[in-house]
Design a protein around this ligand. Structure first.
Ligand code: IMP
Length: 176
């Protein structure tokens, strides 16, 4: 058992499982995107560890940049307002790859795709280390998926609980 703040977690995916899956994903991307000069857009904060492991194994000509999505509740409505920060590289005509740590409901991904689309990229692909299909509220295709997981709370390998737990090399699941 590993305690993070007030919660207890246990190992869900170990280092070896994560490393092997990332190698498989990188191999697929190297095959699919050769000659496309992709621009990887890492979504902060959670994707930093996944992106760094993945990126070391990408061997096609490519660039990387980082974006942040700020979410806050609108006082006037219950809806969440989202704002994209950090898009400094022009994406017109580029093959863009959104790199996420986890796709849960898909609201963040939907916002990212709709916002990036306005910059007229040649294509938008998505890669996420984790996905909770039962929580997904949109039908966006995830092009490269590390692991499908149940609708349970996970931390580690970049993912946090109240800001903590990101430094775990394993992915941990909340213990029942
Ligand atoms: P979505 O917009 O509902 O798909 O959620 C995306 C964001 O919610 C992720 O980028 C994470 O920051 C956070 N999130 C969703 N599920 C988890 C989880 O199990 N652990 C940690 N963060 C999560």
């Amino acid at each position: 058992m590993i305690t993070i703040q007030d919660l207890k977690f246990k190992t869900f995916l170990n280092k070896e499982q994560i490393r092997e899956r990332i190698t498989e994903l990188a191999t697929q991307i190297n095959h699919d995107m050769a000659g496309q000069n992709p621009l990887f857009l890492g979504i902060l904060n959670g994707s930093f560890m996944f992106l760094s492991e993945l990126f070391k194994q990408i061997n096609v000509s490519c660039e990387v940049s980082f974006l942040k999505v700020n979410s806050y509740h609108n006082m006037a409505s219950s809806g969440k307002i989202r704002e994209l920060i950090g898009l400094s590289t022009p994406i017109e005509g580029r093959h863009v790859v959104i790199v996420e740590d986890i796709v849960d409901t898909g609201f963040t991904l939907d916002f990212l795709i709709n916002t990036l689309q306005k910059g007229n990229p040649a294509s938008i692909r998505t890669i996420t280390l984790l996905h909770k299909p039962s929580a997904m509220k949109f039908d966006h295709k995830i092009d490269y998926l590390g692991f499908e997981i149940e609708n349970k709370f996970v931390v580690g390998f970049g993912l946090d609980y109240n800001g903590y737990g990101r430094n775990s090399e394993e992915i941990l699941v909340k213990a029942d």
